[in-house]
Design a protein around this ligand. Sequence first.
Ligand SMILES: Cc1cc2nc3c(=O)[nH]c(=O)nc-3n(C[C@H](O)[C@H](O)[C@H](O)COP(=O)(O)OP(=O)(O)OC[C@H]3O[C@@H](n4cnc5c(N)ncnc54)[C@H](O)[C@@H]3O)c2cc1C
Length: 429
Amino acid sequence: MAEIDLKSSSQDRLMSGCSLWGKAGTRPVFRPLDDHLKVDALVIGGGVTGALMGQHLCERGMSVAIVDREQPGLGSTAASTAMLQWEIDKTLTELEQFYGFERAVGIYRRSAAAVSGLAKLITGHRIDCAFRPRQSLFLTSNHEGARDLAVETDLRQRAGLPSRYLEHCDLFTEFELDRDAGILSRGSAEADPLLLTWALLGMAGEAGARLVDASVNTLHSEGNRVTAETDGRFVIEAKAAVLATGYTMPGIDMPKLHRATSSWAMATVPQAPGTLWRDEALIWEDSHPYLYMRTTTDGRIVVGGEDDDTVDPAARDAKMPDKILAIREKMKLIWPQADTSVATSWCGTFGETVDGLPLIGPVPSLPHVYGAYGYGGNGITFSYLATQMIGAMMSGVYRDWFDDFAMDRDGPGGQSPKSGTRDVEMVAG
Ligand SMILES: Cc1cc2nc3c(=O)[nH]c(=O)nc-3n(C[C@H](O)[C@H](O)[C@H](O)COP(=O)(O)OP(=O)(O)OC[C@H]3O[C@@H](n4cnc5c(N)ncnc54)[C@H](O)[C@@H]3O)c2cc1C
């Protein structure tokens, strides 16, 4: 019998401050267990990943339980700036260097397909979550960066991805942005991540999923079943389980590919009418640490970045004033018209991988247990991708490309987690 210990770590270690999301939303009710429960699929975690996963498995006709030990959605999901992008934290140029052209292009196309699948899910079910399709603008601020973006655009166009190179004069005349170059891409979007999560949990609940208020303390995998011991008297037995526990990855031997960082974000007051940039495109930069910006339906600018490798929540919180100051200054450099007055600010744990890709698929050595860890700036895009992949895996369908995202995959240069694993008991703390 194989088992993992899911030690506790609380949401206030994942996020501090107050984000904008979820106003006027209905928080779904999670109830404690009053008996043992038997389901096809157990989803541990009720953030955006668990919500997407649970809703998808219900649509596949499975009986489902979604378990969260805290307020669903108020972990990393509430901290997200929810830019729903197909552009990955690593450029196509970088991914090609890591894995070759064919594999890199396949990964980018799947990311694009995930955003469009998510968009169809939201619009098809008329999910009220401030969803808006958006173009994205990837900016550089120097000549060297401009050359790199030209190469990146060529590569994307060879891959059939909807990107266009903008020189300084194009950026200035089309967007009033004073940068050396940029890539304009179609096919991204934005949303309110908390409204999305709560709506999906509600849909799963209506489709028969049990929304359970409990902590899963230990997960055993034996024969054809997985058993979850909770903090109460009752257990949940399932044919398969999905770990959607976000940046807390308890008790799993994690690949070397992964590391925890922190990111800071703020929302401005609503801007004066007519002062936002053209089309309110999603904006992000090639600099390190980078800045990312979007707008909201009530005319605010949401901006984040200044990522660093702080993991201790107290140290992360102490940095908040300086980080927000730096973000405001950088925002002003990109969009001088901005009123940078802070309406609210927050920060959270962030998970990254060496290749910018998520960790999705069977958890090594734990039969019938799957991990859905959508890391990086595309966390939510990858959460959707995880639902499609794990849903297929549970039905016995496997594709070669699933290996590109496997939890025990070789990293760039054959950096294999198998050749040196480290045990991460609890990434977030
Ligand atoms: C500042 C910031 C900005 C970001 N911006 C973006 C962005 O623009 N676009 C994007 O796509 N992504 C972005 N991300 C990343 C994105 O927010 C995450 O990828 C996503 O929210 C992860 O969701 P999740 O459901 O996996 O995790 P969470 O929302 O953290 O949910 C995990 C849940 O699991 C529960 N849980 C854990 N262990 C147990 C257990 N043993 N038993 C029961 N319950 C358990 C927790 O209580 C929690 O509710 C950003 C993140 C941060 C911090």
